[in-house]
Design a protein around this ligand. Structure first.
Ligand SMILES: C[S@@+](CC[C@H](N)C(=O)[O-])C[C@H]1O[C@@H](n2cnc3c(N)ncnc32)[C@H](O)[C@@H]1O
Length: 369
């Protein structure tokens, strides 16, 4: 790789949400160790890893460093490694290029590491059959190819109707099977997929809360309603904002693997491990604790909430942009800016020090026979 990088590229996502997800990927350390110890790579063949729904590539950094560093040590620097970063064509691939380029310059400087970008939805086949030894996808497979139209909610939570939630569950069921069947083609026999996805703990087997990020969706829905009540968005635009994400429960994640006759099992995929875990998003609360202890500086509180909302904005903004698509670009931009400004104010008015952003997260290891 050419190592000229003018400055370390940074952005809010990388240092906030990206850093949290990157720390979660250490859950897979044992699995990665096994991959390193057991991978058989015929001479001349590249070791190929994908990061699907990669956004800026920051969350897969630690795993890739560990995996490729150890494989190069075991098999020699000559081992070619190919990393394919995938996301939708709307993703900011320019940010990804800068981020990956600078990350790798800083941390891993091997010969024969080849990078590719793939701007294709993961509901389509993205690479030829039998490409991947390892496929990573973090916080992405909960995105569906479409959403239902919620009458008075942005998501199933807080106020999706029974019928809307059932329709979304059906879309999520189809989407999961479709995602898995395409991946079964792309992953080599003996390869595997490591997934982290926000989930639902329907039966509260793993803790007190059932839902994921509940306070976030209450806050976002409250502010979107406020814009409608202030007549800054029409009723039609209000209803057109729908989040195409769904938090599957354990039963729904396991469903395509339950029956030997299911297409996913027939295609060779198996769940090696599936763990649900309750985790707090410390993006806001931990930072605030630090501030309270260290400075009690109100400016820091402001910037901490703004930073949190900017990170959330990176994966929620497009649903408002779509809902406002009949407007001029500048009018759309104004409304969306107002929405996120109001969201910052709304969050600051809450008792933030006690406000937890509760997560239920599923960690999955899926192998291909
Ligand atoms: C919350 S971000 C997670 C980014 C990164 N993997 C991480 O863990 O920090 C979700 C990503 O999934 C991508 N995504 C959503 N739907 C997708 C699809 N159908 N195909 C590929 N990527 C998709 C989004 O564009 C976004 O970059």
């Amino acid at each position: 790789m050419n190592n000229e990088c003018p400055a370390v590229f940074d952005d809010l996502y990388t240092s906030s949400v990206g850093a949290i997800v990157r720390s979660q990927t250490h859950y897979f350390d044992d699995t990665v160790r096994q991959i390193i110890e057991t991978s058989v790579i015929p001479k001349g063949e590249p070791f190929t890893v994908g990061d699907y729904g990669s956004h800026d590539g920051s969350s897969s950094k630690d795993i890739l460093e560990h995996l490729l560093g150890a494989l190069k040590q075991n098999h020699g620097e000559d081992l070619p490694a190919h990393i394919i970063y995938e996301d939708t064509a709307n993703n900011d691939f320019n940010a990804l290029v800068k981020k990956v380029f600078c990350n790798w310059r800083e941390s891993l400087n091997h010969q024969k590491v080849y990078l590719s970008m793939c701007p294709t939805s993961f509901y389509e086949q993205c690479v030829p059959d039998n490409t991947f030894h390892v496929l990573l996808s973090f916080w992405s497979v909960h995105f569906l190819p479409s959403s239902v139209s919620y009458k008075d909610s942005l998501n199933t939570f807080p106020d999706g109707s029974r019928a809307e939630c059932d329709a979304m569950a059906a879309l999520a069921c189809d989407g999961w099977q479709r995602f898995l069947l395409i991946r079964a083609k792309e992953i080599k026999s003996g390869g595997c997929m490591l997934l982290i996805t926000p989930a639902q703990d329907t039966d509260m087997k793993y803790g007190e809360s059932r839902v994921h990020l509940q306070n976030l969706w209450v806050a976002m829905t409250t502010v979107w309603r406020l814009l409608r009540d202030l007549k800054q968005v029409t009723e039609c635009e209000y209803e057109a904002a729908n989040y195409p994400g769904y938090y599957r429960n354990e039963e729904e994640l396991r469903a395509p693997f339950r029956d030997d006759a299911s297409p996913v099992v027939k295609a060779g995929l198996r769940i090696k491990s599936l763990t649900l875990s309750h985790e707090k998003v410390h993006i806001l609360t931990q930072r605030l604790k630090d501030i309270e202890q260290e400075t009690e500086d109100k400016d820091d509180l402001e910037s901490s909430v703004s930073k949190f909302v900017s990170a959330i904005r990176s994966w929620t903004e497009y649903m408002f942009m779509q809902a406002l698509s009949s407007r001029s670009p500048s009018s759309r931009r104004d409304v969306v800016n107002t929405f996120y400004d109001l969201l910052v104010e709304h969050i600051k008015q809450q008792d933030i020090s006690t406000c937890e952003w509760d997560n239920v997260i599923a960690y999955l290891v899926i192998t291909k026979m």
